[in-house]
Design a protein around this ligand. Structure first.
Ligand SMILES: [Zn+2]
Length: 246
C-alpha cells in the first residue's frame, strides 16, 4: 500500500466487537497489516472468526525478486502474519499482481468467496482514488480495482440469479468496512492491540526489507498511525474506516 492519511472530521461512529463473522478481502499481502490487522486482533481476541482472502500473492511487489520466487515467499509471510492476529485461514485467488481488473472474473471469484465464507462483516482497504485529501498520494490501480469489484460482489452475492453456477446459496453481508479511506466516518478502538498489529506487520520481513529507507519500512510507522488516530478520537489507538451497510 502507500502512505495513509485520513481526515474524518470530528465525529465518528464507533464499531465494537459485534461484527459477527469477518472476511478480510484485499489485493496484496501486507494490505491489511497497515492498520486493519489491529482490528482483526481485537475481534479474534473477543472470539470472532476471521478469514483472509487475497486476490494476488503480491508477486510483483519486490523489485529485486522475480515473481515466481516472490509469490511463495509473500504467501508464507502473509500466512504467518495472519496467524499472529488469530487467523488460520488464508486464501489466494491467483489473480495477477499489478494488473487486477474490476471485471467479471474478479467479481465472480469474490462473489464465490463471500458465498462460501458467509461473512457478517467484510474488512478491506481503501479503493478511493487518493490516500487522504483529494490530490494527495494516488492510490494504486490494484487497490482501486479490488475495492470496486468487491463492493459489486457484495451485491452479486446476495442475488441468486447472478453467478448461479458457483453452487452456493446467496448471502447478504451486513457491512463492509474500508480501512484507510479518506471518507472514513467510523472507527474501531484498538487500544491494547498495537503491539500485536506491529508484530503482524513485521512478519512481512522480505517486503519490509525491500522497502529500504522508505518510512513505511519501519514497523513503528504503524504505531504512529494507530496512536495518531487514537489521539484525534480520544482513545489510545484507533483504526478509522469508511462503512457501507444498512
Ligand atoms: Zn497493496
Amino acid at each position: 500500500m502507500s502512505a495513509a492519511g485520513t481526515s474524518a472530521g470530528d465525529e465518528v461512529t464507533w464499531i465494537g466487537e459485534d461484527v459477527g463473522r469477518v472476511l478480510v478481502v484485499v489485493a496484496h499481502p501486507d494490505d491489511i497489516e497497515y492498520g486493519g490487522a489491529a482490528a482483526i486482533a481485537r475481534w479474534t481476541a473477543a472470539g470472532r472468526e476471521a478469514v483472509y482472502v487475497l486476490a494476488t500473492r503480491g508477486e510483483a511487489g519486490i523489485d529485486t525478486i522475480p515473481p515466481e520466487d516472490c509469490a511463495p515467499l509473500r504467501e508464507d509471510e502473509q500466512r504467518r502474519s495472519a496467524a499472529i492476529v488469530g487467523v488460520d485461514t488464508v486464501e489466494f485467488l491467483d489473480h495477477v499482481d499489478g494488473i487486477l481488473e474490476a471485471g467479471l472474473e474478479l467479481r465472480r471469484d469474490l462473489t464465490s468467496a463471500i458465498r462460501r465464507h458467509r461473512p457478517d462483516t467484510i474488512l478491506t482497504l481503501n479503493h478511493r482514488e487518493f490516500w487522504g485529501a483529494e490530490g494527495g498520494n494516488r492510490n494504486s490501480a490494484d487497490h482501486r480495482a479490488l475495492g470496486e469489484a468487491l463492493l459489486d460482489a457484495v451485491a452479486d452475492a446476495g442475488n441468486r440469479w447472478i453467478f448461479p453456477e458457483l453452487g452456493h446459496p446467496p448471502h447478504h453481508t451486513g457491512q463492509v468496512l474500508v480501512c484507510g479511506s479518506p471518507r472514513a466516518r467510523h472507527a474501531i478502538d484498538v487500544t491494547g492491540f498495537v503491539d500485536v498489529a506491529i508484530e503482524s506487520l513485521a512478519a512481512h520481513a522480505a517486503y519490509l526489507e525491500a522497502l529500504g529507507d522508505h518510512p513505511m519500512a519501519d514497523v513503528e510507522f504503524l504505531r504512529f498511525m494507530l496512536e495518531g488516530a487514537g489521539v484525534e478520537l480520544g482513545v489510545e489507538a484507533a483504526v478509522r474506516v469508511e462503512r457501507f451497510g444498512d
